[in-house]
Design a protein around this ligand. Structure first.
Ligand code: ASP
Length: 361
């Protein structure tokens, strides 16, 4: 049984199959109206969301299925202290597939380890958001017809923006991709993404604070919201919140076929006047997200072929110190680390991917 926890759980071929299914749904929606008749999706949203939750619900209804679930932790048994593992076991008795959003990094992985039905990560803390990446990929594919040979600018909160981390992981597997990382110093891309995704795949990238200077080179511009809720210090958020505002004026230097994306919600980082520009693709991206979620639900319920088991060594004698990791709150969840660099003895927490270096032998 397959789940989608990290975008890298799916090979480029499997992602292409999802894109093909989504394109077929767009072309022939009537053929899909009954495909999930009698099936139930459970939306377990421990963190507020409108777009993603409603997108999943709309996707399931358009496939003829039903939806059960909750939209805030307060209305779930988590408020009584239930573990994620127990919630996953209980919901497996009621539904056929789970979409889970959780404020803790790694929570959907714990759900997948305990559920007997497929689990979809609908966003875990500041970690990953693979179904947003599915929406991004379908939009790029429909606008550009390819994933290779693209210069992709990512602008805004590259530190806490989970959609950015997932998109970089996905696009790093295509040849000729180049990233331009545009952010204030304080919100730069985490070094683990640079070292273990970009460097490992030999992907060229530049870091800058100046959006206008790099604008002419971009094929894709992925704007993001400064993630207020993830800032430990609210004054820091106040200082950085207006770092980038995309306006028609700034777009004058951009390519005519630039594709402007944004995972939404927008605060003020794209001026409303940009919406009329034909290069603004963020509302198409919302629609594409629904089609990709339909394709994903279908493929997971059909029983996709198992992925090959990862070969990395797993050790338990390290302690994860990421305060946002699920291992800090989940009852009796064993520590688990995967070796990602044998020579330098680098290990990463399997839940949140925080780094530990094994000292001594
Ligand atoms: N909707 C996206 C997310 O859930 C982006 C955002 O919230 O800024 O991560």
């Amino acid at each position: 049984m397959r789940s989608l926890i990290n975008i890298l759980d799916f090979s480029p071929e499997e992602l292409q199959q999802l894109i093909d299914v989504a394109n077929d749904i767009i072309a022939h929606p009537g053929d899909y109206r009954e495909r999930c008749r009698g099936k139930k999706l459970a939306t377990l949203f421990f963190e507020p969301s409108t777009r993603t939750r409603l997108s999943f619900e709309a996707a399931m209804y358009e496939l003829g299925g039903n939806v059960i679930g909750f939209s805030e932790a307060q209305s779930s048994s988590a408020a009584k202290g239930e573990s994620v593992a127990d919630t996953a076991k209980v919901i497996s008795c009621y539904a056929d597939i789970i979409a889970m959003r959780h404020p803790r990094d790694g929570a959907p992985l714990v759900a997948a380890m305990n559920a007997s039905i497929p689990v979809i990560n609908a966003g875990d803390g500041g970690h990953n958001h693979p179904t947003q990446t599915l929406a991004d990929l379908l939009t790029i594919y429909r606008e550009k017809g390819r994933f290779d040979r693209l210069t992709v600018g990512l602008c805004g909160d590259l530190k806490y923006g989970r959609t950015v981390h997932s998109l970089i992981s996905a696009l790093s597997r295509y040849p000729g991709v180049r990233f331009v990382l545009i952010s204030p110093e304080e919100l730069k891309l985490p070094s683990y993404v640079k070292k273990e995704v970009l460097a490992v795949h030999g992907i060229p990238y530049e870091q800058t604070e100046d959006l206008e200077a790099v604008m002419p080179a971009l094929d894709i511009l992925y704007m993001t919201r400064i993630q207020r809720e993830r800032f430990p210090d609210p004054t820091e958020y106040e200082r950085l919140k207006d770092s980038y505002i995309l306006t028609p004026e700034k777009l004058k230097a951009a390519k005519e076929d630039l594709c402007i994306l944004h995972p939404l919600p927008r605060v003020n980082e794209i001026s409303v006047a940009v919406d009329k520009d034909p290069r603004a693709c963020y509302f198409k991206q919302v629609l594409n997200g629904k089609y990709m979620r339909m394709a994903l639900i279908l493929r997971l319920l059909e029983g996709m072929e198992e992925a090959p088991a990862p070969e990395e060594e797993i050790v338990a004698d390290l302690i994860c110190d990421n305060p946002r990791c699920i291992v800090q709150t989940e009852q009796e969840l064993p520590q688990a680390f995967r070796c990602t660099n044998r020579e330098r003895k680098i290990f990463r927490c399997v839940y949140c991917e925080s780094k530990r270096i094994l000292k001594g032998e």
